[in-house]
Design a protein around this ligand. Sequence first.
Ligand code: SF4
Length: 487
Amino acid sequence: MRARVYQPRPVEEIPLYRGVGEAWHTLKYQQDNMLVATRTTNVPGVVGRLRQIIELTDHQAAAIGQTIERHITEGRQAFRATPYYLRLMAANPFAPEYNGQAVEGIDPIFLQAVPTPADFHFPDAGHHGAMAEESRSIGAVYQRYWDRVAFFVANNESCPVRCKHCQRGNSLDAAKDISNRDIELGLAYIRDNPNIEEVLVTGGDALNAGSRLGYVLEQLSRIDHIETLRIATRLPVTLPMGVTDQVLDTIVQKSGEKTVYFVTHANHPHEITEEFAAAAYRITSRGFRLRNQTVLLRHVNDDPATLTQLFKGLFNAGVDPYYLFQCHNESGISHLITPLQQGQLLMRLVQGTRGTTLPKFRMNAAGGAGKVNCEPSGVGEELSDLEVLGGSQRVLHGWDSRIHHRVEELGAATSAQFKASVSAMRAFGWDDYRPCVILRDRGDKVTNLGGLKKLERLLEEKRQKERATKLGFQEPHITNPATEWVH
Ligand code: SF4
């Protein structure tokens, strides 16, 4: 295994897990010791245990507790995370150090997993359920393209980590688990629609669907017009011990002659660990292809060095970087969303890295447009043509030839909401908190576009040097005689 992996803190250095020994590596220990906050949970107890994993001031702990309580009151899955995933965090997520090196910003795992007061700062921004999955075609099935359906086989609580940026947030929060009747309706729908060639088997987390996964795969394997089964799972990232030989053997046995491939979801190089690489190997060594979808998240991975490291780490662990997604405009995550132009600049900046490590940049657009190509063209186009800075009123071309207007990738707020949010989060301890939102009372001005200027400068440097030295490469000796043609 050649993947360069992240080494998290030793388990023994984390007070909550001290003395666990070899049990740490077992699925049972990880499942029995998840931190979970639900309606029946003692929230102060959960926050107390979190404080034995990461350093939190009294103010931070109280604010996180209040945020969790509010999520619960409003009917959301507030917080759920495995010991494995929580260990990936720096001891102090607000002043992180990794292997003795201090790094600016907030810990990227903390931002993906732990509720913060920012979740409620822009109440008018975004949509609950940007994927609109309540409009499932029938039963457990949702058809978005003419030849593909998503099949929701796993319960709402099957995800070992409740990711802050989840695009399925609304359906996961709805406490409407998929019933056996939904499963049968979905199977009947697929049997009756010979245009369906591929089924995305998903959840929640499909690998955590228990016996239902084998049942559904077996039924699908008997349908002639189904060619491909895609298994969606974040377990390699959030609970790699859950990628067991047993579940993989079930998939081999039940999927018959169908082509099966897996898609997982890593967003940061710190998620590429020895355990991740081992889980990926267990999947690929059975002959399954394994791809990754990354969501572009502000403060988590919105810089070229982080993305390049992530994509290379994935590739070297046997996982193909497949998509980089523009984060959807879900409510409660405005502070994690980047302007579309940032993704386009980032794609320009990582251009030149090995093509095998480069994903496609797409937006999974609400409103049925499906995956929309967001990549900047490499031909005859300058950045100024990329028509983005307004942040709204974009025209999208969907897969079905329909044109979708008024797609806003950023959240919107008033100036007062924005100022209050920045001030509250600075008091919370997040010094570089700078959400990028559209200010409705300031003529739709978009805040904090300074990051784009920085990326544009980086791009200019890259152009001048022909190679992106900021990505950590040495200045190469370019011997290609064709460079004489470059002016
Ligand atoms: S694992 Fe996927 S479906 Fe589950 S909460 Fe995270 S992003 Fe959502």
